[in-house]
Every structure is written in structure tokens, then in C-alpha cells.
Design a binder for this molecule. Structure first.
Ligand code: HEC
Length: 85
């Protein structure tokens, strides 16, 4: 399994996100389609995972994940952005 996918399945992400379908948050494939896998986007999305985010996909905010380190969040984001079709 991809190390980013492993971190995701061990975290609470699955409660709000699915690979292909929108749940409470956007599908990972939608996120991958929106953001090219540049260093800037990886850093931006990693900080959203840690600090929480709102207003990009709709009215529902993403909860912060303060126990996730920047390295772990970046590993998750790299996996998510690799799902681009
Ligand atoms: C409580 C529900 C919830 C949980 C848990 C959650 N998310 Fe989210 N996530 C959301 C919502 C809602 C959005 C859309 C926020 C917005 O519109 O800006 C989002 C957005 C995102 C985005 C895109 C951010 C952007 O600005 O485009 C990424 C990447 C993401 N989540 C990854 C994760 C990862 C990885 C985890 C697990 C560590 C996680 N999420 C856990 C609800 C959640």
C-alpha cells in the first residue's frame, strides 16, 4: 500500500472522504483533478489538513488535525494527488 494511503486509512479521513465519491468532503479524485502536484500545492493542502479548511468546496469546513505532522500530511497529499485520472 502507498505510505500516504496507509496514513489516511489509519486516520479519520475515511469518515468524510472517499477516493471516487463525494461524502462530507470532496472525493480525492476531485482534489487531484483540481490541484497539479506541485510543491506549492502539496504544502498548501498539507497545511489545510493540519489546520482545517473551509470555503473551497462548499459551506462545510474540514476539521483540523493538529496531531498529524507536516511530513505525514505531505505524504497523504502526494498520495491523494497521485489519484488524478
Ligand atoms: C469532518 C470531516 C472531514 C475529515 C475528518 C477530513 N476532511 Fe478533508 N475535507 C472535509 C471538507 C468538508 C473539505 C472541504 C473544505 C473546503 O470547502 O474548503 C475537505 C477538504 C480536504 C482537502 C482539499 C482542501 C482544499 O483546500 O482544496 C484535502 C486534501 C483533504 N480534505 C484531505 C483530508 C485528509 C488527508 C484527511 C484525514 C487526515 C481529512 N481530509 C479529514 C472534511 C473532512
Amino acid at each position: 500500500m502507498d505510505p500516504g494511503e496507509l496514513l489516511i486509512v489509519k486516520s479519520d479521513c475515511v469518515g468524510c472522504h472517499h477516493k471516487e465519491n463525494k461524502l462530507i468532503g470532496p472525493a480525492y479524485q476531485e482534489v487531484a483533478a483540481k490541484y497539479p502536484a506541485t510543491d506549492e500545492n502539496i504544502a498548501l493542502l498539507a497545511s489545510k489538513i493540519i489546520k482545517g479548511g473551509k470555503g473551497v468546496w462548499g459551506a462545510v469546513p474540514m476539521t483540523p488535525h493538529t496531531k498529524i505532522t507536516e511530513d505525514e500530511a505531505k505524504t497523504m497529499v502526494k498520495y491523494i494527488l497521485s489519484l488524478k485520472k
